[in-house]
Structure formats: structure tokens, C-alpha cells
Design a protein around this ligand. Structure first.
Ligand code: ADP
Length: 235
């Protein structure tokens, strides 16, 4: 699969992004500013950690980087596309072709085997069945599930399901990998294996962004961006 950007490109750029959530607290309207004027750029090949206390805006930022959401103000560019100007359908296509997403709710399809779950994005990319099976089995092997390829999610532990989700996220060779606590449920050895996979993805030219409270995971990153109350405190 061909990447859309050369290894020296900036793959992710956020310019002064703000995300407000409008809420309704009793009789008064409440607005939460989850992110407030955050700027960042992530070049190809870089592993960037995101840390900060609960409620500091980490998930909000990851959703914006994964093109699952758009900012209230400011712009987000991912793999050459300005996500703020795309339609929902165009953003879905960008996610499919360019972004690997690992979030805590795994979103695996319960009726499908681990292999079929990993192969799913490859179906949409038009890859042949035999290529899909080979690719999915190879990815599952790399996350340590080579002997579980035909298990359905309910036959797998939480940590194993998480690894299936990671294999699926990496199956398309995405330009950007966005992960929220990817090693949270994993033992030390398996966590290290996943971090090595992220390093491989970065070596292949991906921009990898990982929110985590796990110190070994944060230590593995090239740099870490700290958030507090929706503001970067490391900049
Ligand atoms: P973190 O991931 O660091 O815990 P979040 O990005 O989830 O932080 O949340 C940042 C702030 O935005 C918090 O105050 C949270 O309550 C609020 N928030 C997050 N999502 C929503 C939402 N959908 N509606 C309203 N407020 C939200």
C-alpha cells in the first residue's frame, strides 16, 4: 500500500483549535471548553504522547485528530486534508484510507472472527480475499494472537480484543495512528510488543499519537504533549 505523504511531511497539523461542548444544566445553558487554542504539528515518523489529568481534553483532542469530530474554532489537517471542510462522508473516507484508530471501546463486530474484524477495512479498500486473509493473519501474529485468528470477540479477553483492535487499526498502513490508552489492559511484555508495532509504523512514515497514563508507554514516545484544562502546558 502506498502512503499519501513522503517521510519528511507534516502529517498532522492543528492550528489554534478550540472545542466547546454546549450543554444544558437545569435552567442554564452550560458550555464546556474542552480544548482551548491548542496548536501542534506531527511529522511523519514521530511518536507523540499526550498526557494530562482526567478531564484535561485528551480524548477530545484524539477525536479531532482521528477526524471523528471537528473543532469549534481553528483548523485540523490530517494527511493533507482539512478535516473542518470535509463532509461526514469525506471524513469517513479519510479515516478509512489514512487513519488507524485505537479507542477504549473496541468496536469489534461480535459475529466476526478476529481475522475478519482485522480484514474489514481491507474489504472496503478493495483488496482481494486471499490478500486480506494473509494480511490480517500476519497482523494478528504480530500482536501475539496468531493462535486466535478464528476466535470471535466474546471468546477473547479484554486485552486480546484490544490487540485485535490494534491489528485492525494498523492493517491499512495508515498515515496517522491515534490511540487512547492502547496498553492499558496489557501485561508488560504484550504492551512492549504493541509499542514496537507503533515504532514500526512510525519507521514506515506514520505519525503516531498516543494518549496514556502508563509511564513506560509515555517514555517510549519521541515527545509528550501535556494538557491541563484544555491547554497545552508543555509548549
Ligand atoms: P480527558 O480525555 O482528558 O479525560 P475529555 O476530552 O474527555 O478529557 O474531556 C474534557 C472536558 O470536556 C471535560 O470537562 C469533559 O467533561 C468535557 N466533555 C467531553 N466530552 C463531552 C461531551 N460530549 N459533552 C459535554 N462535555 C464533554
Amino acid at each position: 500500500m502506498q502512503r499519501t505523504a513522503a517521510a519528511t511531511d507534516t502529517i498532522v497539523t492543528c492550528e489554534s483549535i478550540t472545542r466547546r461542548y454546549e450543554g444544558h444544566g437545569g435552567n442554564t445553558n452550560t458550555t464546556v471548553t474542552a480544548l482551548d487554542g491548542v496548536t501542534l504539528a506531527v511529522p511523519a515518523g514521530e511518536l507523540v504522547g499526550v498526557s494530562g489529568p482526567s478531564g484535561s481534553g485528551k480524548s477530545t483532542l484524539l477525536h479531532l485528530l482521528a477526524a471523528l469530530d471537528t473543532p469549534t474554532d481553528g483548523t485540523v489537517h490530517v494527511a493533507g486534508e482539512n478535516t473542518t471542510t470535509l463532509s461526514d462522508r469525506e471524513r469517513a473516507h479519510l479515516r478509512l484510507t489514512s487513519i488507524g484508530i485505537v479507542f477504549q471501546r473496541f468496536h469489534l463486530l461480535s459475529g466476526l472472527s478476529a481475522r475478519a474484524n482485522v480484514a474489514l477495512p481491507l474489504v472496503e479498500l478493495g483488496m482481494s480475499k486471499s490478500e486480506r486473509r494473509t494480511r490480517a493473519a500476519e497482523l494478528l501474529d504480530r500482536v501475539g494472537l496468531g493462535d486466535r485468528v478464528m476466535h470471535t470477540p466474546s471468546e477473547l479477553s479484554g486485552g486480546e480484543q484490544q490487540r485485535v483492535a490494534i491489528a485492525r487499526a494498523l492493517a491499512t498502513d495508515p498515515d496517522v495512528v491515534v490511540a487512547d490508552e492502547p496498553t492499558g489492559e496489557l501485561d508488560t511484555e504484550t504492551g512492549r510488543r504493541i509499542l514496537d508495532l507503533f515504532t514500526d509504523a512510525a519507521s514506515d512514515g506514520a505519525a503516531v499519537i498516543v494518549a496514556s497514563h502508563d509511564q513506560p508507554t509515555i517514555n517510549h514516545m519521541n515527545r509528550t504533549l501535556h494538557l491541563r484544562d484544555g491547554v497545552r502546558t508543555d509548549a
